[in-house]
Design a protein around this ligand. Structure first.
Ligand SMILES: Cc1cc2nc3c(=O)[nH]c(=O)nc-3n(C[C@H](O)[C@H](O)[C@H](O)COP(=O)(O)OP(=O)(O)OC[C@H]3O[C@@H](n4cnc5c(N)ncnc54)[C@H](O)[C@@H]3O)c2cc1C
Length: 381
């Protein structure tokens, strides 16, 4: 086993870290407070090639392999403290670009991927509904075929990027009696009559990432806008989830590394009772725990990515990575806050925001409970 990055990957990581530290963190406390998405950051990331990492060169991307992509996103998470921006980019990559690459026709790929890669367009996927969350395939949104069109009706909630998206992948059921084999993914462009963005949703964390409801009301979608085939929504959704659960938390590794370094620095510099607080084992043990958690998180995430790079579908390893890294990141934030004491609880020190951001990772892309259900299910339980 070789755990080192090659020269190109190491150089890419340095370049992305420098870029992110310089370009992506301006005015973040204020932007978090007023829930402002950074268009400027989005476009700069696209120019840097982030949104195009996994997309083949013929569609404008760089065709990076999954391990290189993970390496790049880890560096992004280290340099960029705007977790909302990173989350929006992840949603765009794993739930719009990836299913297009996997199931799109040549025409669909040529039409949409270059715009998604260049950052000109933003993508989303709309699966969750008010009555269908973890039980995603129980969705109520319907698609009824009429000639060469489908008529979509229903409403979606918790949809990331909704206010700014140009391309919506909307899941609807064409035949509930054959669930989940009626679930179908449709490509719907902004401006299509009957498609609207509903209420803006206000979040505890990831506040710089836009989120809203999405409504389709007698929304006519031409047959050629099916992604994959009729009834193929499950394949598209599981492909997205496999990629997303593997890669979306790579940036958390970078965040945890940064938190560890800051906590060590603070523990060395902050004196109480006549000595640095890092000399108290209660504090140094937390530092050691942060390090062990980070190393373990790296191993499980890299392993899932490596297995995928071998063309495997590592259901267990992907769920282990999603579950472990999300919970490790939350604990890392809590430890960092505790080490900083009262300062850690203050907005100015920026760890409280990262805790609010990190908690969502135990919910999106399949909750921690669902990951445990999958892992235990592989043991027949
Ligand atoms: C920040 C964020 C971004 C999101 N972005 C999107 C997006 O872009 N597109 C989209 O479609 N959705 C998105 N979602 C929705 C997300 O996928 C759902 O919130 C998630 O799947 C859980 O669904 P739910 O919230 O309805 O909770 P429920 O499914 O109602 O779950 C409630 C609780 O019950 C538990 N539970 C449910 N079923 C089981 C079970 N079988 N065994 C054990 N426990 C169970 C859950 O783990 C949870 O603790 C986003 C959510 C968040 C927080």
């Amino acid at each position: 086993m070789d755990f080192s990055w090659n020269d190109e990957q190491a150089a890419l990581r340095r370049e992305i870290t420098r870029f992110a530290q310089k370009e992506l963190n301006d005015n973040l406390i204020e932007r978090d407070r007023c829930e402002e998405f950074s268009w400027d950051g989005w476009k700069k990331c696209a120019q840097m090639g982030i949104q195009g990492l996994p997309v083949p060169e013929e569609y404008g991307g760089s065709g990076a392999d999954i391990l290189t992509t993970v390496a790049a996103l880890e560096a992004l998470g280290y340099g960029c403290r705007d977790n909302g921006l990173i989350f929006s980019i992840n949603a765009h990559m794993w739930t719009t670009e990836i299913p297009l690459m996997a199931f799109g026709t040549e025409e669909q790929k040529r039409k949409y991927l270059p715009k998604l890669v260049s950052g000109e367009w933003i993508g989303l996927h709309a699966m969750t509904e008010p009555l269908a969350g973890s039980d995603a395939y129980s969705l109520r949104t319907r698609a009824e075929r009429k000639g060469d069109r489908y008529i979509l009706n229903g409403s979606k909630t918790f949809i990331t990027n909704a206010q700014h998206a140009n391309l919506f992948i909307i899941f609807a059921n064409v035949d509930p009696s054959h669930n989940p084999n009626g679930v179908t993914a449709f490509l719907v462009e902004k401006g299509t009559p009957g498609l609207s963005v509903g209420n803006k949703l206000h979040k505890m964390g990831l506040r710089t990432s836009p989120m809203a409801e999405v409504v389709v009301q007698d929304c006519e979608v031409p047959v050629e806008n099916i992604l994959g085939k009729e009834g193929g929504g499950q394949a598209s959704f599981t492909t997205s989830m496999e990629w997303e659960r593997t890669c979306i938390l790579a940036s958390h590794l970078g965040m945890m590394q940064r938190q560890l370094e800051n906590a060590v620095k603070y523990a060395r510099e902050r004196n109480q009772f006549g000595q640095p607080i890092g000399k108290f084992s209660a504090i140094s043990n937390k530092i050691a725990d942060m390090e062990v958690r980070l190393e373990t998180a790296r191993l499980v995430l890299y392993k899932a990515a490596w297995l995928k790079s071998q063309g495997r579908h590592p259901l267990k390893e992907v769920s282990v990575a999603k579950l472990y890294v999300s919970e490790a990141a939350v604990q890392s934030c809590l430890d960092a806050i505790q080490i900083l004491g009262g300062y850690g609880y203050m907005t100015e020190y920026e760890v409280e925001r990262e805790l609010r951001d990190a908690i969502s990772s135990k919910i999106y892309s399949g909750t921690s409970e669902i990951q445990r259900v999958i892992i235990a299910g592989l043991h027949g339980l």
